[in-house]
Design a binder for this molecule. Structure first.
Ligand SMILES: [Zn+2]
Ligand SMILES: [Zn+2]
Length: 360
């Protein structure tokens, strides 16, 4: 038995990845409710830079798969063992489905699970009209928050997690290398802890946008940028540097910008092998810099980045919706993915959002 608020159709529209580069809008069956789960009518799903890789370069774990892991929607049906009070509620979704049996899961370190499933890469995800989601994965939010903003919960939780790892103390000097959505989100969370933040990137229009949002911004293609950046810190380098790109050049730059005893938080996903200049490496040893990795987000009973993010979206001065630069309907998916695919520094875009439901 299941409980529903509105009748929902048996079929739905979804973006189905059938092979690398072969993404199509198809009609597929609405998934069946399972024990402990709800049916989410998806209203918005963001395109992640990892989706660009999945769709055009690497593919998903198997075909066909519906991609999309940054989404939010409305609960339209619940399984008979699930609290009816969830009907009609809005929710974002922690996209990882941990095994709950490995050592990491036993200590609630779900992002470290050795045998997990994942919405939008290992199993079907959010570029669809409906998705069955276990209650455990739901991150409810109230009606005042727009769905598209709530669909930013995933990159926001990833960014907040990195900021927590950086352990910024009041007044510390912070640099963010990278001007993607994650770079902006890291800067937004860090701003709550210190006013001394510099965003570094290569795209003039993204840096101009960073300035518009109130951040100091420096262009890394500028030949005097190193001096310019270090002059901001009085020449001793930054206390914390967040690397949100994942290339050799930006990792070297991040390590170089960190001062003595500086911490470098790495959260950019590399696309290939990496190398480091010998002198930069020496600076890690001589200046006792610390390289710290940040992966995914915390979602457990003692640390829940997602709950903090929802609270921030509701209460902070920073308007997360400003990071959505493009919105498309499901029908316009080709335009949306084409925009992402040919993204060059010239074209200004941060988060591209697919708005799916009628309430999106
Ligand atoms: Zn993502
Ligand atoms: Zn596990």
């Amino acid at each position: 038995m299941k409980k529903i608020i509105d009748e929902y159709p048996k079929e739905m529209r979804a973006l189905v990845l059938r092979d690398v580069g072969d993404l199509r809008l198809l009609t597929v069956p609405v998934p069946e409710l399972a024990k402990g789960s709800v049916l989410l009518q998806i209203q918005a799903c963001g395109i992640c830079s990892s989706d660009k890789e999945r769709v055009f370069v690497t593919g998903t774990y198997h075909f066909p798969t519906i991609p999309g892991h940054e989404f939010a929607g409305r609960i339209v049906a619940v399984a008979d063992d699930v609290d009816e009070a969830l009907l009609g509620r809005r929710a974002s979704v922690f996209p990882m489905l941990p095994c709950r049996e490995c050592d990491a899961c036993k200590t609630e370190q779900y992002a470290q699970c050795s045998n997990y499933n994942y919405f939008g890469s290992r199993c079907d995800g959010g570029f669809a009209e409906y998705l069955v989601v276990p209650v455990w994965n739901l991150v409810p939010f109230d009606d005042a928050l727009p769905y598209a903003t709530a669909a930013l919960c995933e990159p926001s939780a990833v960014s907040l997690h990195a900021v927590n790892i950086g352990n910024i103390k009041k007044g510390e000097k912070v640099a963010v290398v990278g001007t993607g959505t994650i770079g902006f989100l890291v800067a937004a969370f860090a701003k709550n802890l210190t006013d001394q933040i510099v965003i570094c990137g290569r795209s003039e229009n993204k840096l101009a946008y960073a300035k518009k949002l109130g951040f100091e911004a420096v262009n890394l293609t500028d030949e005097h940028c190193r001096e310019q950046i270090l002059s901001i810190t009085g020449g001793d380098g930054f206390d914390v540097v967040f690397e949100a790109v994942g290339s050799s050049a930006t990792i070297e730059r991040s390590v170089d910008l960190a001062g003595t005893f500086g911490r470098i938080v790495l959260l950019g996903n590399p696309k290939g092998d990496l190398a480091m200049d010998k002198n930069i490496y020496w600076s890690v040893l001589r200046k006792q810099k610390t390289l710290m990795g940040s992966w995914n987000s915390s979602f457990n009973s003692s640390a829940n980045d997602w709950a903090v993010v929802v609270d921030w979206m509701k209460n902070s001065d920073f308007d997360f919706g400003q990071l959505i630069t493009h919105r498309f309907s499901l029908d316009e998916y080709e335009k949306a993915f084409e925009l992402i695919r040919r993204e060059k520094n010239k074209e200004f875009l941060l988060k591209v959002m697919i708005e799916i439901g009628d309430e999106g």
